[in-house]
Design a protein around this ligand. Structure first.
Ligand code: SF4
Length: 257
């Protein structure tokens, strides 16, 4: 597979003052709105929110960002395997906020090459094939987009699992080419997220009501029992340590599978 062109460490284009602020960890004392306001002030329009439309966190951050700046940008990745409920939610959000949702797509050539070689359901065969599918359908389109950005925003929370426990509110994202990464609700609990959803009437994915706490692609997401680990419905056939798509952590990728 062809390597993705990543802009050279764009974190280096930050002023010394910004870098010092990020590296000092002072941002940990800021609340979510202050983190977002800082990002919007310093990086707009080269800053955008990543929203999967499959978890309430991204929608909460979208709502907060929109209240700070109605022109704030949001993007999602149409992997080609999303459930209909997720597409429906994208439309609801467009209507509710009168907002453009930027949709990223995988490379048609990469999808064809992968499915012709390994079939369309290769992700059930091994961790490396699952990661390869996530790379083609999610990571590569994301990195193409981030190569045009100075900063991005996520709805990551530390208590979402072992792979996210070290998340900082503002960090340099070396996994994705050195852009600045804002995680404004890193220290929020699930209960706080749901309280925001209720109090601000934030639209969320209807599959949550069917027992899906976290929704990704349709073949890789399932409902879980009440009280179970919310991430346990994603790639449930794998160990918890590997249940990431590669967007937020460096994973072994490549075409040699
Ligand atoms: S979640 Fe599943 S279908 Fe979607 S990109 Fe990853 S492996 Fe492929």
């Amino acid at each position: 597979m062809q390597a993705v062109e990543i802009r050279p460490d764009s974190g280096k284009s930050l002023s010394d003052e910004h870098l010092e602020f990020i590296e000092s960890g002072e941002s940990e004392a800021l609340d979510a709105q202050q983190i977002l306001s800082w990002g919007i002030e310093h990086f707009s329009p080269d800053l955008s929110l990543s929203c999967s439309f499959g978890a309430p966190e991204g929608l909460v951050v979208l709502d907060m960002m929109h209240r700070i700046d109605a022109t704030s940008r949001v993007f999602t990745i149409d992997t080609g395997r999303l459930p209909q409920a997720t597409h429906d939610l994208v439309d609801r959000v467009r209507d509710r906020y009168a907002k453009r949702v930027e949709v990223l797509f995988p490379s048609e050539g990469h999808v064809r090459e992968m499915t012709e070689a390994h079939g369309t359901n290769l992700f059930y065969e091994s961790v490396s094939r699952r990661q390869h599918c996530c790379w083609v359908r999610k990571v590569e389109p994301l990195r193409r987009h981030l190569a045009t950005q100075r900063a991005w925003v996520t709805g990551l929370r530390r208590d979402q699992g072992v792979t996210r426990s070290e998340t900082r509110k503002i960090e340099i994202d070396h996994v994705n080419g050195g852009v600045v990464k804002l995680n404004p609700i890193a220290d929020w609990t699930h209960e706080r997220v749901m309280e925001y959803v209720r109090s601000h009437n934030v639209p969320v994915n209807r599959l949550h009501g069917a027992g899906y706490p976290s929704i990704g692609c349709e073949p890789c997401s399932r409902a879980v029992a009440p009280g179970a680990d919310p991430r346990s419905g994603r790639w449930w056939w794998e160990k918890p340590e590997t249940r990431e798509c590669g967007i937020h952590v460096e994973e072994e990728q490549g075409s040699g599978i």
